[in-house]
Ligand binder design. Structure first.
Ligand code: IVH
Length: 671
């Protein structure tokens, strides 16, 4: 990019980032996520570094704070509310420790680590133990007096607990700082309600919390579920709160909600153990977080280390790899799924997100593309978290050059040329109706052989395609008629691998009923539904004869699923397929009554278990005839409480009368 091009690009980026900042800080709404904005800011600072004379004082890279809104009284902070410098790796953590050790020879290796909550900072002032003020962070020096609003938050004590072990904090002025957050599930529920009411949806929990706190009507605030979690305690004399672990103990004792997982660690190794242990666990927290706060535990030392810019030297924020980034849509193609659904997929300029390179992302369906106005050539925001399929969240039309091309859904299937049909008018989801569409058959076979279904080792994507291409198999039953001579003749196989595959297939001639049902690929029948069906009908023959009424009567099965099952077993091609299975002596085992004591017992898990992953626990429960649920409902029997449990599930268990049990008690139930 030459200088003239860079100038144009810089101007566009500045406008967009400024727009984002204005919406975010002043209007309390979001036109994109922070991570996406960070990605744009990063691009801007790279360009500005290259051409420093293009930097202007109004560039977003040159500015740090937001403005105080006029409607609330402005109030000065007793002590500046600081921000934190970010680090992203172990080496940066080590460099930070080295820096502070050089600055202060008395540095210890004691650190205090807490989750970095993604909400808004708030200072609560207590005079003689009574809440007098709640102040937002504002520009760090002064914020807005939102006392009436914070008073509506139940986790904000209106008075400090008088039976505290630390009564000295009940005298004079005590300031408690913390984060106001909205829980993810509350946010989802709020948006569901708004959707039903035809109201515009909120962008994310943090902005919703921030927007709520700045509402002038405390009655409205009271209807929104907000939470306050404390992380700091200030007194006139710093010596009253010598360390951070003492600070958290006192906070809890005075009646504040703190993160119970906040912990004292020693040295880099323990810091990294903590960082690593939270990498995945953090997704199970009630609220959003993008990292951890690491502070020196000794607060006298913290003060001595002082401030550099707007951040203290004695604390840092460790940030996990961002889960969103911006990139360009190079092309859009149609992928035909196992049941024929035609899903538009974006081919992306490869981009690193959350530790891996993303090259493709789902666009869901035609309506989504229209709604988000995504065009080939567009700059877009892409999201990826954990194991989820990367998704294009939104386009950035502000960065268009005019060469972008709107997408048109093709009329025919790109795989077999059959005319596509609209399966669902609301979502404008299209499908290829051709049951023998080549794209569908390999996906169906792969699904049948997959781990969650019949689990035939060695039948991954590439081998299935090789077997189909050489015309050895066309449907799932054909798998069982493969011979050694046929397979060994293929390029991908040797004698050993051919024998191995045949043995794996032979071992699955009588699969478990639920796995076989799931493997058939009946529309709307997922793993749990297949288990429910197997549990009710016990044999495949009985399921094949089931009526819509019988099916709908099964716990957890609705009319749509019932209709889909009946339709599947009445279609000629499926009847033929099942006959073929029979002729090859392949048939699922009838389900014996398990008689286990978990038959029909319903479990929910909160927090992390030490011995099993969520999936393993769910599988074990199901294997014993029990039911695994994602949230506590009226009919939940047990809530298994792991490490860092969610407050909400615990509260719901109490409301609905589900019994809470520890991991050890859970294992006892499982035997
Ligand atoms: S301690 C010197 N602990 O992060 C500031 N801050 O970038 C020390 N935050 O606006 C703050 N969770 O509101 C601390 N557990 C936590 C936090 C936390 C979120 C926010 C805080 C501040 C920002 C600092």
């Amino acid at each position: 990019m030459n200088k003239a091009e860079a100038a144009i690009r810089i101007a566009k980026l500045k406008d967009l980032i400024n727009d984002y900042r204005y919406h975010y800080h002043v209007l309390n709404e979001s036109i994109m996520s922070d991570e996406a904005a960070d990605s744009l800011k990063h691009e801007l600072s790279v360009l500005e570094n290259e051409y420093p004379d293009l930097i202007t004082p109004d560039s977003p890279t040159q500015r740090v704070a937001g403005e105080v809104l006029k409607e609330f009284a402005r109030m000065e902070h007793s002590k500046r509310m600081l921000s934190l410098n970010d680090v992203f790796s172990e080496s940066e953590i080590k460099a930070w420790i080295q820096r502070i050790s050089k600055l202060d020879p008395k540095t210890t290796d004691e650190f205090f680590i807490d989750i970095k909550m993604d909400g808004l900072a708030c200072a609560l002032i207590y005079e003689d133990g009574i809440l007098t003020h709640g102040i937002t962070r504002g520009d760090g020096l002064a914020g807005e007096d939102v006392t009436a609003n914070v008073r509506t938050i139940e986790s904000v004590p209106l008075a400090l607990r008088s039976d505290t072990k630390h009564p000295q904090f009940l005298k004079g002025k005590t300031e408690v700082r913390g984060e106001i957050v909205m829980y993810k599930h509350d946010f989802d529920r709020l948006n569901e309600t708004r959707k039903k009411q035809g109201l515009p949806l909120f962008a994310n929990p943090r902005n919703t919390a921030a927007g709520t706190i700045r509402q002038l009507d405390p009655n409205l605030v009271a209807t929104r579920p907000l939470h306050f979690r404390a992380y700091d305690l200030l007194r006139e004399s710093d010596a009253e709160v010598p360390t951070n672990d003492f600070c958290y103990n006192v906070l809890a004792d005075l009646g504040f909600s703190i993160n119970r997982s906040a912990t004292l660690v020693h040295g880099v190794k323990e810091i990294m153990d903590c960082v690593n242990s939270w990498e995945n666990k953090r997704h199970n927290l009630e609220f959003n977080t993008d990292g951890l706060v690491i502070k020196v535990n000794d607060r006298v030392l913290f003060e001595r280390l002082g401030i550099a810019g707007k951040a203290p030297r004695g604390a840092i924020a460790f940030k996990y790899a961002a889960e969103q980034a911006t990139t360009i849509v190079k092309d859009i193609f149609i992928s035909i799924g196992r049941t024929g659904t035609a899903t538009p997929v974006a081919v992306l300029e490869p981009v690193r997100i959350a530790g891996s390179t993303v090259q493709m992302a789902t666009l869901h369906n035609e309506n989504e593309i229209k709604r988000k106005d995504i065009r080939v050539g567009d700059h877009v925001i892409v999201h990826k978290a954990g194991d989820i399929i990367p998704e294009v969240l939104q386009s950035l039309p502000q960065l268009r050059t005019g060469k972008e091309k709107p997408f048109r859904m093709p009329l025919t299937c790109p795989e077999c040329g059959t005319k596509l049909i609209k399966q669902n008018v609301v979502d404008a989801a299209w499908r290829c109706p051709n049951p023998s569409c080549p794209s569908r058959s390999w996906k169906r076979i792969q699904h049948f052989a997959s781990k969650e279904a019949v689990d035939i080792e060695g039948l991954g994507e590439k081998n299935v395609i090789a077997l189909i291409d050489s015309k050895l198999i066309t449907d799932i039953a054909d798998i069982y008629s493969l011979s050694f001579e046929q397979i060994v003749g293929l390029e991908r196989f040797g004698e050993i691998s051919a024998n191995k595959l045949l043995a794996a297939i032979a071992a699955k001639k009588h699969p478990e009923l639920s796995r076989f049902i799931y493997g058939l690929g009946i529309r709307h029948v997922g793993v749990q539904t297949a288990i429910d069906l197997a549990g009710r009908f016990k044999t495949l023959e009985k399921l094949m004869e089931a009526t819509i009424d019988e099916l709908s009567a099964v716990d957890g099965i609705g009319e749509i699923v019932a209709e889909s099952v009946v339709e599947f077993f009445s279609e000629q091609k499926n009847i033929r397929l099942l006959k073929k299975f029979k002729s090859l002596s392949v048939w699922p085992k009838p389900l014996k009554h398990s008689g286990g004591k978990l038959e029909g017992v319903k479990f929910v898990i909160t927090g992390t278990l030490t011995h099993l992953s969520r999936e393993e626990a769910a599988e074990t429960i199901r294997a014993k005839g029990g039911r695994f649920q994602n949230s506590v409902t009226r009919d939940t029997d047990y809530l298994v409480v792991g490490e860092n449990p969610g407050d909400n599930k615990l509260a719901q268990a109490e409301t609905f009368g589900a019994k809470t049990i520890s991991e050890a008690e859970f294992f006892k139930l499982l035997d």
